[in-house]
Structures are given as structure tokens and as C-alpha cells.
Write a protein of this length. Sequence first.
Length: 297
Amino acid sequence: MPRSTPAPAVHHDLVLEPRDVQFDWSALPLHWIPDEPVATHVINVLHLLLPEGERWFVEVFKQALPMITDEQLREEVLGFIGQEAIHAEAHQEVLDHLLGQGLDPRPYVRQVGWLFRRVLGERPGLTAAQRRESVIERVAFVAAIEHFTAFLGNWALNSPGLDRAQADPTMLDLLRWHGAEEVEHRSVAFDLLNHLDPGYLRRVRGMLVSGPMLVHLWVRGARFMLAADPLLDGRIKPTWREAHLNAKRGLLPDLRLLARSAARYFNPGYHPTREGSSSQALGYLATSPAARAAAAH
Ligand SMILES: [Fe+2]
Ligand SMILES: [Fe+2]
């Protein structure tokens, strides 16, 4: 059976700093990519999934903390927890704004919450060994999901199509600040998984569960948002063809590139540092209006 390459040395230069950003959504139009409701709502699925999803990451990583025997990795996990906690709240504020604009995201968010808390949450009554196993299994899911958040983050940092379409600058900053931090901390979950269990099978299982789950949640989320949009009256149904056309115009990620990127996760020699660019991410964080304002506090 193939095994992953030896657990890579932890990156001793990685210091993860939670940036306590604030965004003002009061002027955000419902279709924040003007006249592009499909692209707007496909990206809006991030706001539906991330508050519950990233709070779940934080819970899983807090449960993993006592199992970490490498001090540097422990510091990185703490930085990761700090960043993800802020991400969750930043996206939660967008959900609150949508509700104020007459688009009620709560029915879908309740389902996402049920999935993360009930299905993927901590089970009561486990032995110590079962509990450890359950934590590592969930770390494998997080590591696979973080492959996608880094892919999406890298896309957000390289998405001039959104600027050409005159997407709302505050939303672009949210997407790129968050995307940059995803690229910045893209190796932490994978390194944690390797630290707790370097086995290839666990990694593969994490992707085989998380990949299809994310696609399913995204398709349902996009359908939900388009149906719930009070300006559309249910007139627009998303199609794969439309997603493809939007991707060609640079408004959405290219699904073929996404599939190819997911396939790389199965490569035994895979490591997240080979995806995306840390220097580009840090370069954006140095110019992001929200990150600069947070640094000035
Ligand atoms: Fe995040
Ligand atoms: Fe992340």
C-alpha cells in the first residue's frame, strides 16, 4: 500500500497571525457582482458553509491540541485556530446582512450546522482510544477541505475577472483577505494529519468523503440562494453549463482545474506548500484594506 512521503519538516518560518478584520456591509448590494446573480450566489455559498464549517475546524483542532508533541506545530495549530475563528465570524456578518436584505439563509445554514455538529461532531461515550481515532479521522477531513480552501483562496487572489465585472470592493477584500490566509496556513491541517497519522489511506479517505460532500453542499447551496433571492422570484436555476461560462469569464473557478487540483491530493508525494504562493498571499495581506486597518489598531 502506498504511504505518504515522510512527514515534512514543520515550517519553522510560519508564524500565523490572526488579523482581527472588520468589514462594513451596509452598502453591499444583493448582487454584489453587478448583473451576475449566478456568479454572485455560487460564491455566496462560501458564506453559507464557512461559519459553521470553520467553527467545526476550530473544535476539531482544539480537541487535537493535547495530542500534539511538536511545539512548533502546536503554535501553528493555535494560529490556525485564531485565523479560522475570525473567518467564521466575518462570513457570519455577511449572512446577517443578507437576512436584512430579504434573503433568509437560515434554512440552509441550519442543515449545514446539523451536518457539522451532529454528523461530524464529537460523539459522547467513546473510550480514550476511540476518541483519539475519531479526532484524527476528522483532522483528515479538515486537511482535505483545506486543500479546497487553499485552491479557492489562490483563485480569489488571481481573479481579475471579478475586478473587470466591478464586483463590490469590500466583498473582494473579504474574499482575498480570507483567501490569502487560507493560502498562508494551507499546510497546517495536512502537517497535523501527518503528525498524528502519516498513513496514506487516512488521507485518501478524508478526500473521498470531503470532496463529494463539498460538491453536493455547493450545488445545493447555489440552488438555495438563487431560489431564495427576492429579486429573482425563482426564475434562475443554476446549470453546469452556466458555471462553465462564468468560469471562462473569470467570475468563478474553473471546475476542470478544481478537479485536477483535487486529484493531486492523491499523489503520495503531495504537500500543500506546492499549491499556491505564500509570498503572493502575504503580499495581498500587506495591501488588503481590512488587514491594514486591523494591523493599525
Ligand atoms: Fe478560513
Ligand atoms: Fe483554512
